[in-house]
Design a protein around this ligand. Structure first.
Ligand SMILES: NC(=O)C1=CN([C@@H]2O[C@H](COP(=O)(O)OP(=O)(O)OC[C@H]3O[C@@H](n4cnc5c(N)ncnc54)[C@H](OP(=O)(O)O)[C@@H]3O)[C@@H](O)[C@H]2O)C=CC1
Ligand SMILES: O=C1CO[C@H](CO)[C@@H](O)[C@@H]1O
Length: 335
């Protein structure tokens, strides 16, 4: 089970940028209790609160963290700020749902994991795709053995995003790079279906700012399966994915990491299942409902994406970046 009905948990949102808006809108659509917003800019917090009818308005992240009427906070800052923001919130006893990638590095992720465990709160990566209904169904189909032995998985996350050097995806100071922003989706999908890679091969193009603009990866997995992924912040491709087994395959339509459709087709061409998502809004509410269920049941970890797996995925991304020579400012300080 990955989602359920709202439990009345009181949500705060930290930051007021693009994805904070999308998440707030999905929380409202799903009837979750959004009570607070915090921004570095008091005006931005006030405007965001007015847009979504949020009662508690905080002109700093510290004030949001200290709000006694907030149970859980969604962190929607650029990746280099995720660890610092999450640690502040955890220190104040808040549960946290932290945007992907969970942090900038595995060392930061491990620090958040430790702090959450010490405080007894939930820290969960907002890899929203894992919680979407079509992904839940895909995991069921794979687990049931319908595909036979899974031999291959493919996925791309390719978008034409601005080449302005100051854009978040190009600026290393903001965690720029296709891998951490886009490539993490196919990487996390491969982990979800096939587990940790046994070997990792990567090739990339690195742009003028030092951030990767394209990256292709081939993983082998302990089962013998291969997974491949391509990510680009310069050109929009199919954004489809497939899981191929000895008896049947799953083909996920574009855009595979958002609510969409898929087919299960047997090797002889028989269509075994056609699935069409029926999701209100963008679909970011499912991860929030999953977090609410875990907390209501007294848990502190996600069964769909445990924090240890988020840390391990960050280590996988660290290794891929080492291979392609992408390094973030002050990374040594980050650990
Ligand atoms: N799940 C998904 O589909 C998506 C996830 N994301 C993830 O969400 C995070 C934020 O992305 P996005 O919303 O596109 O980014 P934006 O630039 O649109 O917003 C980021 C917000 O973070 C706050 N912030 C804190 N420190 C800084 C800083 N140094 N520079 C700029 N902003 C800062 C600001 O809020 P304020 O001024 O109010 O404090 C700002 O509005 C990223 O980690 C990204 O990977 C992004 C898009 C889609
Ligand atoms: O997660 C994401 C999904 O796609 C966005 C672009 O539209 C990315 O920038 C983002 O971080």
């Amino acid at each position: 089970m990955t989602s359920s009905a709202p439990t009345g948990l009181r949500w705060g949102i930290l930051a007021t940028g693009g994805i904070a808006h999308a998440f707030a809108s999905d929380l409202r659509t799903a009837g979750l209790d959004l009570v607070a917003v915090g921004s570095r800019r008091p005006d931005a917090a006030a405007a965001f609160a007015a847009e979504f009818g949020i009662p508690h308005v905080h002109g700093s992240y510290e004030d949001l963290a200290a709000d006694p009427d907030v149970d859980i906070v969604y962190v929607a800052t650029p990746h280099p700020a995720h660890a610092e923001n999450a640690l502040l919130l955890i220190e104040h006893g808040k549960h946290v749902l932290v945007e992907k990638p969970f942090t900038l590095t595995a060392a930061e992720a491990a620090r958040v994991q430790e702090a959450a465990a010490a405080r007894g709160v939930l820290a969960m990566e907002a890899m929203w795709t894992r919680y979407l209904p079509h992904m839940v169904r895909i995991r069921e189909i794979v687990a049931a053995g319908t595909l036979g032995e899974v031999r291959a998985l493919t996925a791309d996350h390719t978008q034409k995003i601005s080449d302005d050097p100051s854009h978040r995806l190009n600026d290393l100071a903001l965690g720029g790079g296709a891998l951490l922003d886009l490539g993490i989706y196919p990487v996390s999908f491969a982990w979800d279906i096939l587990g940790a890679p046994a070997t990792v091969a990567v090739a990339a193009r690195v742009g003028e700012t030092g951030a990767d603009t394209e990256i292709a990866a081939i993983f082998t997995h302990a089962s013998g399966a291969l997974s491949t992924s391509i990510s680009s912040s310069r050109a929009a491709g199919p954004n489809t994915a497939s899981v191929v087994g000895t008896e049947a395959r799953i083909e996920i339509d574009r855009v595979w990491y958002t609510p969409t459709s898929f087919r299960v087709t047997a090797t002889d061409g028989t269509v075994l299942e056609e699935y069409v998502s029926e999701v209100e809004g963008r679909g970011m509410q499912y991860q929030a409902l999953a977090a609410e269920r875990i907390i209501a049941e007294g848990g502190t970890d996600s069964d769909v994406l445990p924090i240890a797996e988020s840390v391990a995925i960050m280590a996988n991304l660290d290794e891929m970046r080492r291979t392609i020579g992408v390094r973030y400012p002050g990374e040594a300080d980050h650990g």
